[in-house]
Design a protein around this ligand. Sequence first.
Ligand code: HEM
Ligand code: HEM
Length: 109
Amino acid sequence: MVHIWLVQGGYQFRSVHAHILVVGWLTLFAWSVYYKLYKPAYHWLAGLHVWTAIIGAVGLTAGMYFYYVKPFGVSGTFPTVFFIVGGTIMLISFVCFALITFLKQEAND
Ligand code: HEM
Ligand code: HEM
């Protein structure tokens, strides 16, 4: 049902659909597997990574929804700023993850 709602009625949902799946599902799943396999060198950096990932994935996809689908008929500054802030938080998460992978870590048992 959710999926039919995501793709019906036009292509405004395409990027929302794509990012819920490739960022919200594939990327977050890959990161969870990474943490199962490796122990991060800095706990605070891992915390920042995970929280920006959760907030960013929701913020980015909600921002895309407001920007492309315009559910409340609102266009202009609000959806644009929401989209940019959500996307930037997600981008910070990717940077944190890149740092985590370069820093020394021990393998989990
Ligand atoms: C910081 C995270 C990300 C941001 C801010 C972002 C932003 C965007 C934007 C603005 C578009 C253009 C959408 C359009 O004009 O319709 C786009 C398209 C796309 N992105 Fe991302 N993206 C991010 C992460 C990712 C990741 C991690 C993947 C893949 C694993 C991905 C896959 C795609 C694909 C396949 C498209 C084309 C889909 C479409 O036609 O809408 N993106 N992205
Ligand atoms: C029942 C399963 C699915 C259906 C029916 C479906 C349907 C669609 C449709 C209709 C589009 C628009 C295609 C177009 O632009 O002509 C689309 C685009 C897309 N879907 Fe799905 N999808 C499904 C599952 C998934 C999954 C599991 C992923 C990723 C894990 C995914 C990622 C994407 C991406 C990245 C695009 C954008 C492609 C592009 O910009 O060229 N989809 N999907």
